[in-house]
Design a protein around this ligand. Structure first.
Ligand SMILES: Nc1nc2c(ncn2[C@@H]2O[C@H](COP(=O)(O)OP(=O)(O)OP(=O)(O)O)[C@@H](O)[C@H]2O)c(=O)[nH]1
Ligand SMILES: [Mg+2]
Ligand SMILES: [Zn+2]
Length: 292
C-alpha cells in the first residue's frame, strides 16, 4: 500500500513518518534515495510503501518549500521567536538578529515575549516597536497560561520552528500548548553554569489542532553569513514604505543624503533600536564582504 506522510524524526538510519490519519510508520530509505544524496530531514513530505506492521520503505521525497540546516528542518513555514521579558535578560539585538535570519530563509517570523508573570518593565514600548514593524507579537506566560490560546491558534495547521535564547521558555510553552508531551525543561541558573546545550536530535512534535512544532535551542549560528548588504534592508519590513522615498535607489540608509529611512528614524516613525541594530548588522556584513 502506497501512503504519504511527513518525516517526524530520524532514528539510527530509520525515519518515523506520520500520515494524515495520525498513523506512524518506521521507514527505511530505498537505496536510490540514499544515492541521490539529497538528505532526509524532519519535515520532509514523502511517499512510502507500507509493509507489515507499522513499517515502510520510503520511495520519494517531495520538493521542499524551505530547508533550515541549524536546526535541520524541512518545510518550516514560520519561526516563533521566543524571548523572556526577564530571566534571562531580554536582548533586543538578539531578537532583531533572529528576525533577520528568519526573513532571509523565507520564513514568517512571529515574536513571543514570555514570562510575563515575572516583574518586567517597558512592555508597552516593545509592543509599539514590534507591532509597528509589522510582526505578530504575543505576550505569554508558560507559568500562568496567559496568551497560550492565542499562540496555539497561530501554530495550528503549520510547521513552526521555535527559536530563542536558552532558558526563554520554548519547551515550557510547547508543553502548555500541547499538554502530554512532557518536554524536558531546564532551570536558567543551571544552564548558565553549564552553557547552552545544543539539540542534535531534531524532532517534529504534532499538535492536536493540526500542524507541527520543532523545539530546538534555536539558530545556533547567528552570523549573518549568507546575507549581502544589498539584501539587508528588505529584512527590516518597516523600512520599505520610507525607502521608496530615498534619493538614491540603491540607498543603504547609512548616512546617504536625502535618506527617507534616516528621516523616519529622526521623526520616531522607525524605532531607534531597530535602526541601530540595522546599522550594526550592515557593518558586520560589510566587514565579511571586504574579507572575501
Ligand atoms: N516564571 C516563569 N518561568 C518560566 C516561564 N516559562 C518557562 N519558565 C522557566 O524557565 C526555565 C527555562 O525554561 P525552558 O522551557 O527549559 O526554556 P527553553 O527555552 O526551552 O531553554 P533551552 O531548551 O535551553 O533552549 C524553566 O525553569 C522554566 O520553568 C514563564 O512563563 N514564567
Ligand atoms: Mg528547551
Ligand atoms: Zn535611505
Amino acid at each position: 500500500m502506497i501512503l504519504q506522510g511527513i518525516v517526524l524524526r530520524a532514528v539510527g538510519g530509520f525515519y518515523d513518518v506520520r500520515t494524515k490519519d495520525g498513523g506512524t510508520y518506521r521507514c527505511r530509505a530505498r537505496g536510490r534515495l540514499k544515492k541521490a544524496k539529497m538528505g532526509l530531514y524532519a519535515g520532509d513530505r514523502v511517499r512510502f510503501s507500507a509493509t507489515a506492521g507499522a513499517e515502510g520503505v520510503l520511495e520519494e521525497i517531495y520538493p521542499r518549500q524551505t530547508l533550515l540546516f541549524r536546526p535541520p528542518v524541512a518545510n518550516a513555514e514560520q519561526v516563533l521567536l521566543v524571548c523572556a521579558l526577564q530571566d534571562p535578560p531580554l536582548s533586543l539585538q538578539l531578537v532583531d538578529r533572529l528576525l533577520v535570519l528568519a526573513a532571509s530563509r523565507r520564513l514568517r517570523p512571529l515574536v513571543c515575549f514570555n514570562k510575563a508573570d515575572l516583574p518586567h518593565a517597558g512592555l508597552d514600548e516593545l509592543l509599539v516597536i514590534y507591532e509597528r514593524a509589522g510582526y505578530p507579537v504575543f505576550v505569554t506566560s508558560a507559568k500562568t497560561g496567559l496568551g497560550i490560546a492565542e499562540l496555539r491558534a497561530e501554530l495550528c495547521g503549520r510547521i513552526s520552528v521555535l527559536a530563542g535564547p536558552s532558558g526563554a521558555g520554548k519547551s515550557s510553552l510547547i508543553n502548555r500548548i500541547q499538554p502530554g508531551l512532557a518536554l524536558k525543561v531546564g532551570s536558567v541558573s543551571a544552564k548558565s553554569r553549564r552553557g547552552r546545550h545544543t539539540t542534535r536530535h531534531v524532532e517534529l512534535l504534532s499538535l492536536d489542532c493540526g500542524g507541527f512544532v520543532a523545539d530546538t535551542p534555536g539558530f545556533s549560528q547567528l552570523e549573518l553569513a549568507e546575507i549581502t548588504s544589498r539584501e539587508l534592508p528588505a529584512f527590516f519590513p518597516e523600512f520599505a514604505a520610507f525607502a521608496a522615498e530615498c534619493r538614491f535607489h540603491s540607498c543603504l540608509h547609512a548616512g546617504e543624503p536625502d535618506c527617507a529611512v534616516g528621516e523616519a528614524v529622526a521623526n520616531q516613525e522607525i524605532a531607534a533600536s531597530r535602526y541601530e541594530h540595522y546599522l550594526l548588522f550592515l557593518q558586520e556584513i560589510r566587514e565579511q564582504e571586504r574579507s572575501y
